[in-house]
Design a protein around this ligand. Structure first.
Ligand SMILES: [Zn+2]
Length: 342
């Protein structure tokens, strides 16, 4: 016999042995199952039963008088948290009020007869917050983001534009601080009632517990922060690059300082006007002892109180961002005041 057929018989033998053992093992398993079928069914039913019992327990607990009592006892706090949550959502729209150019939308179609690889073209997105530019501008924008942002996205170097961005900074800072304070406040309420909540509920149903207590979901994402993009896609569609500039608190501070440097105040104004930056916000709060100048509530009374900076005489009525015209207000007083002015 040839060497090749020897090998073939060898492989066949091994294969046969493996199949034999697999059958042996399977038949042993089937015999085991058949012999213990009642035990196995009992185990499966017990597990299923326990699972259903747990679900029932959770459901009944949330409908119980005891739970409703706990929920009622913190209603004032949950309402307060939800109200602040709504307020934060409103503040997130601050930027939307600032006009930006809309150049319209066109569609780019590749009509070339040759089968070119133009996959980078698919990255071309039309939006008034995207500037299509040369590779060079895109690179420079990443080196001097604020300068290029102003130049290519039509941000004017004037007092009006500066004031608008100061307001955005003020509102966005409140959003970020508000989100944080809201989380802390919710945790402190949960800690207070923790002893009255059964262990199983806390361990396995914490998210549901928070919802059932009446807390609305807090959106902690930063998607509300506008992003400006410089995008370069080569004519051939083979290469591309982009530079994203996020208008977050850090960049807003830089933008405000940049605009301020360009505007060059007339002497009489320069002496009085302050820049609404994160630094000034902290300074005013410190001056007012972290207390609301209207209702007197401070962080000593409520550690998770959201404090905001307000113009006593609003900008819309000729008020200025000066040290004397700024005051600390709690978010509730600030909102009430804003509603009255509107
Ligand atoms: Zn107040």
């Amino acid at each position: 016999m040839s060497k090749k057929s020897d090998e073939f018989i060898g492989i066949l033998a091994i294969f046969g042995i493996v199949i034999f053992f697999i059958f042996k093992i399977l038949s042993a398993i089937f015999t085991l199952i058949a012999d213990n079928i009642y035990v196995i069914i009992t185990v499966i039913l017990s597990v299923l039963g326990a699972f259903i019992a747990f679900l029932l327990y959770f459901e009944l607990y949330f409908r119980s008088k005891k739970f409703k009592h706990i929920k009622g006892s913190i209603r004032e706090y949950t309402d307060n948290c939800n109200e602040l949550n709504h307020y934060i959502q409103e503040l997130k729209g601050s930027y939307v009020n600032i006009e930006s150019y809309n150049y319209g939308i066109g569609e780019l179609t590749d009509n070339s007869a040759y089968n070119f690889q133009r996959k980078e073209w698919s990255k071309v997105i039309q939006s008034n917050q995207i500037h299509h530019c040369s590779a060079n501008v895109c690179k420079n924008a990443s080196n001097q983001p604020i300068k290029y942002l102003c130049k290519y996205f039509g941000i004017k170097n004037d007092e009006e534009s500066l004031s608008k961005f100061e307001k955005v900074l003020n509102d966005f800072t409140s959003v970020e601080q508000g989100k944080d304070l809201l989380k802390r406040e919710r945790n402190s309420i949960m800690r207070r009632i923790s002893k009255s909540i059964p262990f199983l509920i806390k361990k396995f149903r914490n998210e549901q517990l928070i919802r059932k207590l009446g807390f609305e979901t807090v959106d902690i994402s930063e998607t509300y922060i506008p992003t400006f993009t410089f995008q370069y896609v080569s004519a051939g569609g083979n290469s591309s690059s982009r530079c994203d500039i996020k208008l977050n608190i850090e960049n807003l501070n830089l933008l405000i300082n940049y605009l301020n440097d360009i505007i060059k105040w007339t002497k009489s104004i320069a002496g009085q006007r302050a820049l609404m930056t994160s630094q000034l916000r902290d300074k005013i709060k410190g001056r007012d002892n972290y207390k609301c100048c209207s209702c007197g509530l401070g962080i000593e009374d409520e550690p998770n109180l959201l404090l905001e900076i307000d113009h006593k005489i609003p900008l819309s009525k000729g008020g200025m961002t000066t040290y004397d015209n700024l005051q600390t207000l709690c978010w509730k007083c600030n909102r009430t005041k804003a509603a009255k002015i509107l």
